[in-house]
Every structure is written in C-alpha cells, then in structure tokens.
Design a protein around this ligand. Structure first.
Ligand code: UDX
Length: 438
C-alpha cells in the first residue's frame, strides 16, 4: 500500500514512520526543504522516545522516504493523509484551517487515480466535507473519497500509542474507502484493537469530545483539590476512591498546575467555538478552560505565599519546564504562565529541564538562567518548584538538595513526594490538595 503523509510535524512524522513500520510504503512530504534534508539523514526535529529508531530502520529498508515534491508522491498514492498544523486562530480560538485547505487544493491537482484522502489533522466537525468540496472544485475529474482518521497520540508515548492504541477511529462515506482503510490498519500489533468505523462528522467530533472529556477530568480534580486543601481531605485518596468505580476510572485524575500541551488547550477552545458557530451555548467546556486558568493562577499564589507574600530578591530553582515529561514541547506549558509574574516581581529564577531548555529560552523571560545540572540550579535557592514530573526529579537526593539550598521551601506542583517524607527531610513542603496547605 502506498501512503503519502502531507506534513512532517509531530503527528505526520509519527504516523508516517509507524505506517512504514506496519509495512506500507510511505512518503512523508513537507514544504520545508531544510527539515526534509535533515530527515533524509535520519535527523529528527522533535524529541519523542523511539521515533529515531523507527525512522532509521525504515529509511534503510526503503519503506520510508522524505520528499518536498507532493505532486510526484501523490500520483502513485493509494492513500494521502493530511497531517498539517491547525493552530488556534489568533483572537478567537477557532482552529485555523488554511494549511488543511491549501493541502487539499494541492492534492486535488496531483492525484492521477482513485485515492483516499484522509484527514489526520485535528479539525472541527464539517471539515472533511469542506476538503471534499475543495478537491471537487479544483479538479472535477478527480477520482477520490475523503476519510477522517483522528489521532490520539500522547507526546512522549506516541509510538506506543500508535502501535497499541485503545481504538482506531475512522470516518468514511464509501465501502471502497472503508476497505482500503481497513487493510492499512491490518497489522499484527493491532489484531485486538477495535477499528471503529463511523461517518465523517462523528469521527471529527470524537477527537474533540475525547480531548475535552479528558481535560474535564483534569479540571474536575484540580477544582476539587482546592476544597481538599481547605477541609483536610487528601486529593490522592479522593481520586483513588473515585477511580475504583469502573464507570469513572482512575486515569486523568492526577492534580497538577493545569493541563498544557499542543492539544487540550487548543482543542477545548476550538470546540467552544464550534458550539458558538452553531449558536449553541456550552457550559461544561467553558468551565474546564476557566478552571485551568484559575489553577495556574493559584499556583502563583501558592508560590508567593510560601515565600512570605513577596518573591522579590528570592532565588527560585525550577525543576521542569515542559508541559509534561518525555517531551521538549513547551506549547501552553504551565511554566509559561507561572514563571513570568515571579520574574517580574523580582524573583531570581534558575531553571533545569532535561529536554526543553532550547525551546523554553525563546518563550520565557530573558532573566531566567538555565542549568544542565539539577543541583547546580538549586545552588543557593530559597525555594525549589517541581513543575514537571520528569523521572530525574522523582528520586532526588534530598539531603544533597537541602545542603545546596539556602532556604528549605519545596513546592511540589505534581505531588511527586509524600508530605511526611519531605517534612522529615527538613523541607517546608507544599503540594496540591493534600490537607491544610495553601
Ligand atoms: C493529549 C491526549 O492524551 C492525546 O490523546 C491527544 O491526541 C493529544 O492530547 P498530550 O497532550 O501529549 O496528549 O498529553 P497528556 O498526557 O494527555 O497530558 C496533557 C496535559 O494534561 C499535560 O499538561 C499533563 O501534565 C496534564 N495532565 C494529564 C494532568 O494534569 N493530569 C492528568 O491526570 C493527566
């Protein structure tokens, strides 16, 4: 099966590489010359565990190619995936579809036989029909079907998620397209995976609904953590006790400084916009977004209060900057909201992150200093903030840390440590939603 992937961003690259691992002949196309040149040499522009090995292996075997020439790749393709970016449109939160539509137009004039054109980019419900209209208009002779095949990849475990997903969702309009999609996903690692076929619109909505629902679980537990702190309840026990009910489930009930990343913040806003486009009010998702902002703000207060209400002149070491571990992605990372006001108020911020420093430097205030070593970052610090739960921070040498620091404040925004353990080690320990904290 010949597959073309348009766009070598996060989703396009992971999907293209994994389809080649399934045995398809894949050409990943991008307009960015430099990126394609680097990819041809096996250089991966993002940090995603396991991706480099799959790319290298399939480049060598010839199953995977990279190209800037969409036309000649598309001519022979059985399937063309659109995996270009759909950023939030400035000002209104709508998903910006200009790259999707431009790709559709180019594809329309490139195909030469029956081709299934599949949307993998996260797009508002109704986009597949618009893509179909664009292709029909640009090339009335085009022989094609459209399909929608949203991705549910988590950064940091995207390869595993692609190879062993909970489900594959595919929206189609014809039997022919359904059969081709089915055979693409017929691979040993997916034998037990439900392949769920539905119509185009439902597939598009499943993606947004899933992300909004997961974001809802996070905002739900984060909001509840505020009540836990006031009442003496322990949010971990609350989440565990709730999660034992199979109808609720224990996953995505981990408190933190608010969700971030390339999907939840953007997709919740886009879904609210879609409700508005259809003149429908939406209450739940709006609250989810609001609680997420509140959570980040309440982290700033927590830090400020721990420092006696004034952070000016205080040295703060920050462990972790990315929105989650195992990625270098800084998009909508809580650190981007939490750290600037501290710097502005005169705090001296010393940061460490295993992978995210390069990206962080371009987005965070210039005054922040970066250190390749955790304990160097903590040298002379009044307070440590554990912002992202990288493995490196989970088993810290607490005595060494304490000796390096000037003060003894430890703010654990991911609840990695146990309060007793930290208090015994001599820290003034602050976490989220566990008893009487502020
Ligand atoms: C998410 C979805 O999980 C994935 O299916 C979709 O395709 C893309 O968006 P990702 O953004 O990579 O994936 O990360 P995820 O692990 O879902 O975490 C998102 C954010 O929520 C992170 O900031 C994380 O720290 C936060 N989170 C997650 C919590 O605060 N608590 C949780 O219990 C889970």
């Amino acid at each position: 099966m010949k597959v073309v992937m348009v766009g070598t961003g996060y989703v396009g690259l992971v999907s293209g590489a994994c389809f080649s691992e399934f045995g398809a002949e894949v050409i990943c196309v991008d307009k960015d010359d430099k990126k394609i040149k680097a990819l041809k040499e096996g250089k991966i522009p993002i940090y995603e565990p396991g991706l480099d090995e799959i790319v290298e292996k399939n480049l060598k075997s010839g199953h995977l190619e990279f190209s800037t020439d969409l036309k000649s790749a598309a001519e022979k393709a059985d399937l063309i995936f659109i995996a270009v970016g759909t950023p939030s449109r400035r000002g209104d939160g709508h998903a910006d579809l200009k790259y999707v539509f431009a790709a559709a137009e180019e594809i329309a004039n490139s195909i030469s036989k029956y081709t299934v054109i599949v949307n993998k980019s996260t797009v508002p419900v109704g986009t597949a029909q618009k893509v179909k209209d664009i292709i029909e208009k640009s090339n009335p002779n085009a022989d094609f079907d459209v399909a929608s095949n949203p991705e549910f990849l988590r950064e940091g475990s995207a390869i595993e998620d692609f190879m062993r997903p909970d489900r594959v969702v595919i929206g189609v309009e014809s039997k022919k397209a359904k059969e081709i999609m089915k055979s693409l996903y017929q691979t040993p690692s997916l034998i037990k995976t439900p392949i769920f076929f539905t119509n185009l619109e439902s597939a598009e909505l499943i993606k947004y609904a899933s992300n909004a629902f997961l974001a809802t679980k996070i905002s739900f537990i984060n909001e509840l953590s505020m009540l836990s702190e006031k009442t003496g309840a322990d949010i971990h026990s609350v989440a565990e006790g709730m999660g034992l009910d199979n109808r609720i489930g224990a996953k995505f009930l981990q408190v933190g400084p608010g969700y971030g990343g390339s999907c939840f913040p953007k997709d919740t806003l886009a879904l609210i916009q879609t409700f508005e486009d259809f003149e429908l009010d939406n209450k739940i998702i709006k609250s989810v977004v609001e609680i997420n902002s509140m959570q980040k703000e309440s982290m700033i207060k927590k830090i400020r209060n721990s420092l006696g209400g004034d952070e000016s002149g205080k040295v703060i070491a920050v462990f972790g900057l990315t929105f989650k571990p195992e990625t270098d992605d800084m998009r909508d990372a809580p650190s981007l909201t939490i750290l600037p006001p501290l710097v502005e108020a005169g705090a001296i911020v010393r940061a460490h992150d295993p992978e995210g420093i390069e990206q962080a430097q371009t987005l965070l205030p210039k005054a922040i200093e970066y250190f390749p070593d955790i304990f160097e970052a903590a040298d002379g610090a009044d307070a440590v903030i554990l912002m992202t739960e990288w493995n490196q921070y989970k088993d810290l040498d607490l005595q060494l840390l304490k000796n390096k620091m000037k003060g003894k404040i430890f703010l654990d925004l991911r609840n990695v440590y146990e309060p007793n353990e930290m208090n015994n080690a001599g820290f003034d320990y602050y976490c989220i939603g566990r008893g009487h904290n502020f």
